[in-house]
Write a protein that binds this ligand. Structure first.
Ligand code: PEP
Ligand code: MG
Length: 324
């Protein structure tokens, strides 16, 4: 099925009734880059900066980080590259910065760590901004935000970092800044966030975990972890409505975007940027080029009346099969 999809590489992702969807990729290592471009990615929706930190034995210096980020930005230019600030804690550990907690997923992770250590944050943001010199395709994204104060504090630090880079003599623009919607509190704050930042992106991996109170890595409760859970679909519908009401761009960067049935529902909800693992991209493009947005909306209308994730999933599979 996937063989032969390479012919789609340079074709746009557009439904039969002309809804344009942008397919972006999630990256971490340089090895992801060539694969992503080969498959026709139009941007990076999530560059997990913790990956280069995880494969080292100490914090990379500002200069080292600048080089790492420059490679990513250069490889994708002029396409946008969304760099997430360090998202450690929870399931992502650095050997040289141990965090010991009883409830790591509810503890010190993501933006909480970097706001408590502004020196780590400032070095990283300065490195990103310096790396973008002359390319102007950098976007900065904040993980795990739960309240407006965190966003404001982070924005303040980003402005400061930018000011420092400019005062070092580099003529570089302040990049767009966005936040991840990945905890339930953020779902209710979409409009507040949207007024303060340039874009929003949904981390459906964590959002599903936190909405359903199901550890995303615990096999014992894996059956309960379901992105087609009616509560997850309701949250995703509400986020896109609230974001668009504020005129804000919103995309998806969790694994869900790379699942064909889920992608159909997301397009029906109004999401027009889906960021996924490069492996899934050609298949998603093929599916979206073969359906109409109208059909997707009718399907969404049908499944949102259902109260069970497994019934929703099997309905989607059946309808997708019927549609070919
Ligand atoms: C997510 O939570 O959906 C996400 C994209 O981030 P990560 O998987 O890196 O936590
Ligand atoms: Mg996450």
């Amino acid at each position: 099925f996937v063989a032969g999809l390479e012919v789609l590489r340079d074709k746009p992702c557009i439904t039969t009734d002309e809804t344009r969807v942008s397919l972006w990729v999630n990256t971490g290592l340089m090895t992801d880059v060539a694969r992503s471009l080969d498959r026709g990615a139009e941007g990076v929706g999530l560059y997990r900066t913790e990956v280069p930190f995880m494969i080292r034995e100490r914090f990379p210096s500002e200069k080292e980080q600048q080089e790492i980020y420059r490679e990513q930005l250069q490889a994708f230019a002029p396409f946008p590259v969304t760099m997430r600030t360090l998202d450690i804690g929870g399931d992502k550990a650095l050997s040289y910065f141990p965090i010991k907690e009883d409830n790591p997923f509810l503890g010190w992770r993501g933006i909480r760590v970097t706001l408590d250590h502004p020196e780590i944050f400032l070095v990283q943001v300065r490195a990103m901004i310096k790396a973008s010199l002359g390319l102007n395709n950098l976007r900065i994204m904040l993980p795990m935000v739960c309240n407006v104060a965190e966003v404001e504090e982070a924005l303040h630090l980003i402005h400061r970092a930018h000011g420092e880079v400019v005062s070092e003599g580099m003529d570089v623009k302040l990049p767009p800044v966005g936040v991840m919607i990945e905890v339930p509190a953020a779902v209710y704050l979409v409009r507040d966030f949207a007024r303060r930042v340039d874009f929003l992106s949904i981390g459906t991996n964590d959002l599903t975990q936190y909405l359903l109170a199901v550890d995303r890595n615990n096999p014992r409760v894996a059956e309960l972890y379901h992105s087609f859970h009616p509560a997850v679909l309701a949250a995703l519908g509400s986020i896109v409505r609230d974001a668009h009401a504020e005129g804000a761009a919103v995309s998806i960067c969790g694994e869900m975007a790379g699942d064909p049935a889920a992608a159909v529902l997301l397009v029906a909800m109004g999401y027009d940027v889906l960021s996924m693992n490069a492996t899934n991209l050609p298949r998603i493009k093929w599916v979206l080029r073969n359906i109409s947005a109208q059909w997707a909306r009718e399907l969404l209308e049908k499944v949102v009346t259902m109260d069970n994730a497994f019934v929703i999933q099997s309905t989607m599979e059946l309808e997708m099969r019927k549609a070919g």
